[in-house]
Design a protein around this ligand. Structure first.
Ligand SMILES: C[S@@+](CC[C@H](N)C(=O)[O-])C[C@H]1O[C@@H](n2cnc3c(N)ncnc32)[C@H](O)[C@@H]1O
Length: 333
């Protein structure tokens, strides 16, 4: 390798000088910095006044890849189809691959493991979320063939099986938003609790949480998560919320079943005390985000002889082209 320009600086000043060189765009980042006794030698792009300049050889820097896309072994014409991101639940990655990439899934999985050292298993989404339990099929791509993990979110730990229960790490911010709205002393009814991402979090703040789910595996994990997070003021209820509704009078009701929440509005309204708040979720086209949902909410309220007051309407996240998961918070009188 040919000789290059470098500047030799005392070790104790090296960090300060490195930052200055970077700022001035004079450091040649394609080469490795050299250490020599009490001195550091920086590869530089051009001569700089005021420093001891030496001519020397530098090793080429090995750049750490930032994305699995930089190391994946697939035909180059398919490269543009690679998703830029994937979900991470604990140490499990779940990626959504287009048809054309499914047969290259193993290599994609291996590339994810190579770049993200904390990920131990990679799966591809094998179907859409479906059925009463809102779960999807998963295809194992690489690493351990294990679907149970412990996910950290909003300061709590959630143990769950990604193949047997619903869980989306993308709702963490929304759950924190509800947590911030909730007040100490409240009773909360989480109608579709899953493994407890809302319930456990809220139990850390409010007086009591009733958490219902029809999936026995979700409730089993919810029981475990209660212990894992040392939460006592939470009552898991296994069953169809249609049978449970009305037996609880809550200050706050969470309806996190966006696909079907509109079918459960009566259950929510008979479970909330006068002046209490309902967090309603739905799916909408971007051209009509809230109207249809609001009409349904008002219709059910009228049937029950109640009034509603909308407190907040918002997009939670996009979930398909032009489609959004939306939230409407309203109080009932
Ligand atoms: C979209 S998931 C939400 C889970 C959880 N809140 C979360 O954020 O991860 C909806 C949950 O509702 C449950 N579910 C569906 N229909 C139900 C019903 N009729 N009664 C009680 N739970 C139901 C499903 O088993 C599923 O766990």
């Amino acid at each position: 390798m040919g000789k290059m320009l470098g500047i030799k600086v005392p070790k104790k000043e090296a960090e300060k000088i490195r930052k200055q060189l970077l700022e001035l765009n004079l450091l040649d980042v394609n080469f490795k910095i050299k250490h020599q006794n009490d001195f550091v030698i920086f590869p530089i792009k051009e001569r700089i006044k005021g420093f001891e300049i030496i001519e020397t050889t530098f090793e080429k820097a090995t750049k750490r890849p930032h994305s699995y896309r930089e190391v994946v072994n697939i035909p180059s014409e398919l490269q543009p189809l690679l998703p830029s991101s994937f979900d991470i639940i604990g140490d499990i990655a779940i990626i959504e691959l287009p048809e054309e990439l499914i047969s290259h899934g193993k290599n994609i999985g291996k590339a994810i493991l190579k770049v993200h050292k904390h990920i131990k298993a990679v799966f591809a989404k094998g179907s859409k979320v479906s059925g009463e339990y809102r779960v999807r099929e998963l295809l194992h791509l690489a690493g351990e063939n294990r679907t149970e993990a412990i996910h950290r979110e909003n300061g709590i730990r959630l143990k769950l099986d990604v193949a047997k229960v619903y869980f989306s790490p993308r709702l963490a911010t929304e759950r924190m938003r509800v947590f911030e709205r909730a007040k100490e002393g409240e009773v909360v009814f989480d109608m579709f609790a899953g493994v407890g991402p809302y319930s456990i979090l809220l139990a850390k703040k409010v007086k009591m949480v009733f958490a219902c789910d029809v999936n026995p595996i979700a409730i089993r994990y919810l029981e475990e998560n209660k212990k894992l997070n040392k939460v006592e003021n939470l009552i898991p209820i296994l069953g169809d919320v249609r049978k449970v509704a009305g037996q609880v009078k809550a200050d706050r009701v969470i309806m996190n079943l966006p696909k079907f929440a509109h079918e459960f509005l009566k259950e929510a309204m008979i479970s909330v005390r006068k002046g209490g708040v309902i967090h309603y979720y739905g799916f909408s086209h971007e051209e009509n985000l809230f109207e249809e949902h609001l009409e349904k909410i008002e219709k059910v309220a009228e049937e029950l002889g109640k009034n509603v007051k909308v407190l907040e309407k918002r997009k939670v996240r996009p979930y398909a082209p032009y489609q959004f998961n939306i939230a409407i918070d309203f109080s009932v009188f």
